[in-house]
Design a protein around this ligand. Structure first.
Ligand code: C2E
Ligand code: CA
Ligand code: CA
Length: 733
């Protein structure tokens, strides 16, 4: 086999003599594929067409282009250069042969051709070519590999270059970072420590040394909690570091001690240092927040203390009260009491001496009260002239009572303010049994209630809170609610009590006394609802109704018994102080065609206390219109008799407490006697109230008292009963 491949090798025969072609073809046909060209150009064309032969048998002597030229062209073409060319020629000179080889021939075959020689030569040439081709392929392959390797090498080298450059950069930046880091660590305004996982300090910076006063050498290898943390915060501080180790960054506000012993407030931020994801320690950044803390404390103090006296304010007091309540719940033996102190007459000091004097007084009273308290007690200013005390660790009511008395006395003993002698007093409400309370506001509410009871009972005293007080309050609240309905439902009515001329027992007039016919509770006396109506302001609509109802009745009575009959109407001070009181009253009497001189307006002595210009002016206006002005319950209040002169009063009613006892107590008779002579001296008429016996009437007659009123003549009753009473004589004297 000459070929290993299935494909036969191809041989191109170039010869212009057909007989030659036939001969060669016959020899080669079996083993090779034969193509033929009959001249040089044709041979080149075949090459050009791309059908390259593996070997060319080339005739030299051809007419158009000789074999040499064909060979030369083949050799000069890269595509065909490697194809072996064998000259086939008849006779050959030595120089021709040399020239042929020069032209690229690989062998000569002489004509006439010998088939074996031809085949052998062709075969060996083809073999050579194959070998050459193989080598060429191998070289090509090798050189390709080399080239590839070289390329890879080149790439690697580039990479290496780049890596080297990067490495240099990294090295440089690492160096830079190191410098930055050192700068940050050493010169940071924050105190920084680096703590190992064993909680021992590895390094610190200058700011930290400045902060705590210890040099780095003194601190290194110590535990953080060991030297600069306040005792009560050691655990918290260690846990800060542990927390940071476990959870990442942690921060807290805490305190450190300076080497010299004073305390520093710091905010500490800890976060773990990780290298290759392994925690190596913890950085703790400290910032001195002492100034901020100081400021905060100041603000806090301001928020919880009274600016004037410096003692706790209501806010702090409530907080302390809550604490006391909690303590009481947990400690079996703990007892405390709450005192609510309200100064009496403080307003008049403020009004007469000015606010500055008022402030001085408040400061002075604070000092005095403080003197009677112990450590652990709390004194607070609740606002205005109201103070409160928590008495801690009280044993029994006796001690509380003793302290309350001392506080009361402290308030009552005189103050000298800017050279002025000032006298005040204090009303104190006390909650002693605090065990049923769970909230500060409830406790204060009840202390307040007790304090109001103290005021109500005449001020300058203390009252212990009792559950009845609250019941009473609830009752009053209920009354208020029902009283609103009473007006709408016409449950109110007027009763009338005659006022009799002592000399002849003739009826001069009547006093209107209000009654409440409650649908369930029956008839309710005025004492049970008038004070509540006054407190709540309901007295205004109630009072309006009373005036109009009294006038309506008076018209009726006057029509029947004469225009001289008078109607006494009780006027609440609140009613009187209303702006439109006078105008409304005048409208009402005019509408009823009643002469004002038959209307007697009864005021209590408290009116004399409100000796304001506007009150006097109003009374003068009323008097100017002809109304009769009466002071009721005279002798019971603390009004000084001298006040009487300042008011345009026409009549006084001697309180029935004096009449009641005038026959049994000499003092009462003496008081009645002097009131009568006083009123005569001032040109006033006098009514004795509460006359129940003939003896009382006789005595009053003996003292020349002008009028009397009481059960002796008639109880208050509806107008219909009044006119049918046979004992009463309404007729004009
Ligand atoms: P007051 O103005 O001093 O009225 C006299 C009170 O004494 C009346 O009580 C009357 O019933 C009672 N009284 C009269 N004679 C006797 C007697 O001989 N013995 C006894 N023990 N008591 C006698 P009342 O009607 O319960 O009124 C009580 C108070 O309620 C009145 O005292 C007055 O301050 C007030 N009040 C009554 N009606 C009105 C009113 O319409 N308006 C106002 N603002 N207050 C009124
Ligand atoms: Ca009266
Ligand atoms: Ca009276």
């Amino acid at each position: 086999m000459t070929t290993q491949s299935a494909k036969k090798e191809r041989i191109l025969i170039v010869d212009d003599t057909p007989a030659n072609i036939d001969v060669l073809g016959a020899i080669l046909m079996q083993d090779y594929e034969i193509s033929v060209a009959v001249n040089g150009p044709m041979a080149l064309d075949i090459m050009e067409s791309g059908l390259l032969p593996d070997l060319v048998l080339l005739d030299i002597m051809m007419p158009e282009m000789d074999g040499y030229e064909v060979a030369r062209q083949l050799k000069s073409n890269e595509k065909t250069r490697e194809i072996p060319v064998i000259f086939v020629t008849a006779k050959i000179e030595e120089e021709d042969e040399a020239f042929g080889f020069q032209m690229g021939a690989v062998d000569y075959i002489r004509k006439p051709v010998n088939s074996d020689v031809t085949l052998a030569r062709i075969k060996s040439q083809l073999e050579l070519k194959r070998y050459r081709d193989h080598l060429t392929d191998e070289i090509r392959e090798k050189s390709h590999q080399v080239r590839t390797s070289a390329h890879a090498l080149e790439t690697e080298r580039h990479k290496l270059d780049k890596t080297t450059r990067d490495l240099a950069g990294v090295q440089a930046s690492a160096l830079k970072n190191q410098v930055y880091f050192k700068e940050l660590f050493m010169n940071s305004p924050h105190g920084i420590i680096l703590v190992g996982p064993d909680n021992k300090i590895i390094n610190t910076n200058k700011s930290f040394s400045d902060l705590v006063g210890y040099e780095t050498d003194e601190i290194i290898n110590k535990k953080t909690s060991g030297f600069s943390v306040a005792d009560d915060l050691k655990d918290a501080h260690e846990s800060l570091i542990q927390e940071a180790l476990v959870h990442g960054s942690m921060s807290m506000e805490t305190r450190c001690f300076h080497k010299q012993g004073y305390e520093i407030h710091v905010s500490a931020l800890a976060y773990p240092v990780k290298i290759n994801n392994r925690v190596q320690g913890v950085f703790v950044f400290y910032e001195n927040i002492s100034q901020r803390k100081q400021f905060e404390n100041k603000l806090r103090h301001q928020a919880f203390h009274d600016a004037l006296t410096g003692i706790p304010n209501r806010l702090l007091f409530s907080e302390q009260l809550d604490i006391a309540i909690q303590k009481q719940e947990t400690l079996k033996d703990y007892r405390f009491a709450v005192l609510l102190i309200d100064l009496d007459r403080f307003k008049s000091v403020n009004d007469s001496l000015g606010h500055q004097a008022g402030d001085t007084l408040l400061k002075a009273i604070t000092k005095r009260v403080q003197n009677h308290l112990r450590d652990g007690d709390t004194l607070a200013r609740m606002g205005g002239d109201e103070f409160a005390v928590i008495l801690s660790k009280v044993g029994d009511s006796a001690r509380v009572e003793a302290i309350a008395s001392r506080i009361r006395e402290a308030a009552e003993s005189k103050f000298t303010i800017d050279g002025n002698e000032v006298h005040i007093s204090a009303s104190i409400g006390i909650v002693l049994d605090t065990r049923s309370y769970t909230r500060a506001d409830q406790l204060l509410r009840d202390a307040d209630l007790a304090m109001y009871q103290a005021k109500d009972a005449g001020k300058a005293r203390f009252k212990f809170f009792t559950p009845e007080m609250r019941k009473d309050l609830l009752r009053r609240m209920n009354v208020e609610k029902e009283l609103r309905h009473a007006l709408e439902n016409e449950e109110l009515s007027l009763f009338f009590q005659p006022i009799v001329r002592v000399a002849d027992s003739r009826v001069n007039g009547v006093e209107a006394l209000v009654r409440w016919q409650h649908p369930e509770k029956g008839l309710i006396p005025p004492d049970r609802f008038i004070p509540i109506a006054e407190e709540t302001g309901l007295i205004l609509p109630v009072g309006d109704w009373i005036i109009s109802e009294a006038c309506r009745t008076l018209r009726q009575l006057q029509s029947g018994y004469g225009d001289h009959l008078t109607m006494s109407i009780n006027i609440s001070i609140k009613q009187f102080l209303q702006n439109n009181f006078v105008a409304d009253l005048i409208n009402t009497v005019q509408a009823r065609e009643i002469h004002p001189s038959t209307i007697k307006l009864e005021f209590t002595e408290s009116l004399l206390m409100t000796h304001t210009d506007s009150a006097v002016e109003k009374l003068n206006t009323l008097k100017g219109h002809g109304f009769i002005l009466v002071i009721d319950d005279f002798g019971t209040g603390y009004s000084s008799l001298s006040y009487l002169q300042q008011f345009p009063i026409d009549e006084i009613k001697i309180d029935r407490s004096f009449i009641l006892s005038m026959e049994t107590r000499r003092e009462s008779k003496a008081i009645v006697t002097s009131i009568l002579s006083l009123s005569k001296g001032l040109g006033l008429t006098t009514v004795a109230e509460g006359v129940e016996t003939g003896g009382q009437l006789d005595s009053l007659a003996g003292l020349h008292c002008e009028f009397a009123q009481g059960y002796y003549f008639s109880k208050p009753c509806p107008v219909s009963d009044l006119t049918t009473k046979s004992t009463l004589d309404f007729s004009r004297s």
